[in-house]
Design a protein around this ligand. Structure first.
Ligand code: ATP
Ligand code: MG
Length: 379
């Protein structure tokens, strides 16, 4: 048995955030019918938070959390939500029907001597509607009635809703149910593509416009880093990791807790305390380089050059950048070609458009890797 503050290994260091969960629930409760939408880049801990912090807090507050990963069923996200609700409905009904069978089923006929009982079939309910939007509405009502509590729908990778055919209709249907059933249904959305999520939530004229409350999902803070450092110190009593170095490296790798844990674990295995050197080692490790190469290898020349331009901090559509791309390539590309390349890189998940910094390479370590291969010329 290990206690919270005395983990047996780095892998057991997990950071719960009850205060963040409580403030999410407070935001949701304050505005019935309006979902809370949280954005964070990949691997920052959204799903972990829903699962380990928000769901338990919701249960403790008398709600029934239902989780659906829309990424798993990209082409039919409403069906994915319905599937999750149906599973929850099964869970809510099974114990009741098992315990209550003999006691609750009404008697249809008595034998002549009053000793023979014929049990009636359980009352037939009308089948659920086949249309996914109507089915969603019915499921929410049945689930709430069966569980006797409001339902908190946690939709992970919600930007998927905006993909593909009939996105508008689908979003409108979800919005209508959320609004109509606001007394019994609440929702949290998380997404990892800021651009797609913004498109989903704030496009003027789109049905979700000004509908959701939006919040940036905060990365883990110093508590987590301190606990990693404390365990490092337990393993190496004579050595310490500097708090500033931990913070700097955590920011540099994009606040990814699992990656941070791996880096500190690696530092521990090597007995190193210079975390910046650890990151350099990590970037040059065979495993990591193979991973980066697998990402870069399928790309065409312009796409690769554009990634390098982004790594060097160039504005992708700037005049200088076009000229620079022209020098790297045979001739300067047209603006339209660069736009198409950005779109390809975006679809491949390599770049993301952010509000604050424009188009950026999604993984800061990939940017570091590209810079190490091709440092910007001093000119
Ligand atoms: N609070 C936490 N404490 C410790 N480790 C965490 C925590 N949150 C996340 N992690 C670690 O980070 C990993 C990635 O987290 P998670 O899958 O929740 O990220 P995500 O933002 O949902 O990523 P994706 O965009 O890929 O779905 C987890 O597998 C877990 O190991
Ligand atoms: Mg996730």
């Amino acid at each position: 048995m290990t206690t919270h503050d005395n983990p047996a290994s780095f892998d057991q260091i997990t950071q719960h955030r009850p205060a963040l969960a409580a403030s999410c629930l407070a935001l949701i409760d304050a505005q019935p019918g309006r979902p809370l939408a949280m954005f964070a880049p990949r691997r920052v801990g959204k799903t972990w938070f829903l699962d380990h912090d928000l769901a338990p807090a919701a249960r403790a507050a008398g709600k029934l959390p239902v989780y659906a990963d829309l990424w798993l069923q990209k082409v039919a996200p409403l069906e994915a939500i319905n599937h999750a609700l149906e599973e929850a409905l099964d869970d809510a009904l099974v114990p009741a029907s098992r315990a209550g069978k003999t006691a609750r089923t009404p008697v249809k006929s008595l034998g002549l001597l009053g000793a023979q009982l014929t049990l009636a079939d359980a009352p037939e309910r009308r089948p659920l509607p086949a249309d996914p939007a109507l089915r969603l509405d019915s499921l929410v009502q049945r689930l709430q009635a069966a569980a006797g509590k409001p339902v908190l729908l946690m939709l992970d990778e919600v930007q998927t809703l905006a993909d593909g055919a009939q996105a508008q209709e689908r979003i409108a249907a979800l919005r209508a149910v959320l609004h109509q059933r606001r007394g019994i249904l609440q929702a949290v959305f998380t997404g990892s593509s800021q651009e797609d999520m913004a498109r989903l939530l704030s496009t003027v004229g789109a049905p979700m416009y000004q509908f959701a409350q939006q919040m940036d999902f905060p990365p883990l803070g110093d508590d987590y880093l301190q606990r990693l450092a404390a365990h490092f110190h337990r393993v190496h009593p004579g050595k310490q990791l500097a708090p500033e170095a931990l913070q700097r490296v955590f920011a540099r790798i994009g606040h990814k807790p699992a990656l941070m844990r791996d880096l500190v674990k690696w530092a521990s295995a090597e007995g190193m305390t210079d975390l910046d050197a650890v990151v350099q080692h990590y970037l040059r490790g065979a495993h990591q380089v193979a991973g980066f190469n697998a990402l870069l290898q399928p790309l065409g020349g312009l796409d690769r050059a554009l990634l390098l331009a982004l790594a060097q901090g160039r504005a992708p559509l700037g005049r200088d950048t076009l000229q620079w791309l022209g020098r790297v390539q045979a001739e300067p590309p047209t603006l339209a070609k660069v736009r198409a390349a950005i779109e390809r890189l975006r679809r491949a998940g390599l770049v993301a458009r952010t509000n604050a910094r424009g188009t950026v390479i999604d993984d800061p370590l990939l940017a570091d890797h590209l810079l190490a291969l091709d440092p910007p010329d001093p000119a």
